[in-house]
Design a protein around this ligand. Structure first.
Ligand SMILES: Nc1ncnc2c1ncn2[C@@H]1O[C@H](COP(=O)(O)OP(=O)(O)OP(=O)(O)O)[C@@H](O)[C@H]1O
Ligand SMILES: [Mg+2]
Length: 294
C-alpha cells in the first residue's frame, strides 16, 4: 500500500503567528484519515496547503509519490470550507459549470447527483437547498472527476443529526470503493465512527497519530477485578458480552451494546460472581482528546 499523501515538515506562518508547525504525516491508500483538532488548530490551513490553495512557509508534501503538479488535481476531489455555487442556478446547472471547469464529461452529472441523493432535486435552485443538501452537492462536485482521493474539511459541520448521518453514510460508502479519504473534524465521535486512522492537532502541532484500531474505542467497557478465573465463564454469558482482554494488567470487559455498571454488577451478583472492582472504561483517545482540547 503506497503512500497517497506524504507531508514533511509543513509549516505556515502568518507574521509571527504559527498556524501549522512542522507537520509531518503520511496517509496510505484506502485510509479514512481523520484530522482532529479544536477550532483554530490548523486543520483547514493544513488541507489548504496540500490542496495548493494556501502557500506553505516551509516544508513539502507529495501526492502519489510525486511533487505537487497539475495532473494530480483530477485524482483529488475536495471540499474546503464553504463550497461556492451560484444561488439562482439549479443543482444540475451548477454541476454543469463544475464539470466544464474540471473538463469532465457531462454524463457524470447524473451519476454523482444520484449518488448523493439529489437527482430528484436536480432542477431546484441552489438557494432553495437545505444546508445538508448544499453539502451533498459539494460532495457531488468533488466526485465529478471520479477522484482516487477525497479531501473533506469538516463535511458534517452545522448539519443536524439526520444530515450528519446521511453525510457519514455517503462518505463510508465511497470509502468502500477503495478510495482514500482525508477528513477534518473537531468532533472526536465523528472521527471514531468513520475513520481508520487519525491525527490530533493543537495550535498547529501534531500531538498524536495512529490507527483507530490500536485504541480501544468502545465506551461500553469496564475494568474489573475478580476473585477467581472461573468467573470469566459466567461473565461471558451476558447477552451483550463481546470480549474480555487483559489491558495494563487489568481485565477489560467489552460489551457490544450499552450496559450500565449497575446492570452489569447485578448480573454478576446473580451469577454468583463477586466483582472486587468495577470501573467504567473511557477510551484512551477520548480522554486524551478531552485533555488536549481543555
Ligand atoms: N489568513 C490568515 N491570517 C492570519 N491568521 C490566520 C489566517 N488563516 C488562519 N489563520 C489562523 O491560523 C490558525 C489555524 O486556522 P485554521 O482555519 O487552519 O484552523 P481550523 O483547525 O481549521 O479551525 P476550525 O475548526 O475553526 O475550522 C487560527 O488561529 C487562525 O486564526
Ligand atoms: Mg477549519
Amino acid at each position: 500500500m503506497g503512500d497517497v499523501l506524504q507531508i514533511n515538515g509543513l509549516t505556515k506562518r502568518y507574521g509571527n503567528f504559527v498556524a501549522v508547525n512542522d507537520l509531518s504525516l503520511s496517509i496510505s491508500k484506502g485510509n479514512i484519515f481523520g484530522i482532529l483538532g479544536p477550532n483554530g488548530s490548523g486543520k483547514t490551513t493544513t488541507l489548504g496547503m496540500v490542496l495548493d490553495v494556501i502557500n506553505s512557509t516551509e516544508g513539502s508534501y507529495s501526492w502519489f509519490g510525486e511533487e505537487g503538479n497539475s495532473n494530480q488535481r483530477r485524482r483529488i476531489g475536495s471540499i474546503l470550507e464553504h463550497p461556492i455555487f451560484y444561488p439562482e442556478l439549479s443543482g444540475y446547472k451548477n454541476l454543469e459549470i463544475a464539470a466544464l471547469i474540471k473538463r469532465v464529461d457531462k454524463d457524470r452529472i447524473e451519476e454523482v447527483l444520484k449518488r448523493v441523493g439529489l437527482w430528484v432535486r436536480k432542477d431546484s435552485p441552489f438557494k432553495t437547498f437545505s444546508l445538508g443538501m448544499k453539502q451533498r452537492l459539494a460532495l457531488a462536485a468533488a466526485l465529478l472527476s471520479d477522484p482516487e482521493v477525497l479531501v473533506l474539511d469538516e463535511p458534517t459541520n452545522g448539519l443536524d443529526p439526520q444530515g450528519i448521518n446521511q453525510m457519514r453514510n455517503l462518505i463510508m460508502n465511497i470509502a468502500k470503493e477503495g478510495k482514500t479519504i482525508i477528513i477534518s473534524s473537531h468532533i472526536l465521535d465523528e472521527i471514531q465512527k468513520m475513520c481508520t486512522h487519525f491525527a490530533i492537532l493543537k495550535n498547529g502541532k501534531l500531538l498524536k497519530q495512529g490507527s483507530i484500531d490500536e485504541i480501544v474505542i468502545s465506551k461500553n467497557a469496564f475494568f474489573i477485578a475478580i476473585e477467581n478465573e472461573s468467573s470469566i465463564e459466567a461473565i461471558k454469558t451476558h447477552p451483550c458480552f463481546d470480549s474480555i482482554e487483559e489491558k495494563d494488567g487489568q481485565l477489560l470487559v467489552l460489551f457490544n451494546d450499552s450496559v450500565s455498571g449497575a446492570e452489569f454488577n447485578k448480573f454478576c451478583f446473580e451469577k454468583g460472581v463477586v466483582l472486587s472492582q468495577l470501573i467504567d472504561h473511557k477510551s484512551s483517545l477520548e480522554e486524551e482528546f478531552l485533555e488536549i482540547i481543555k
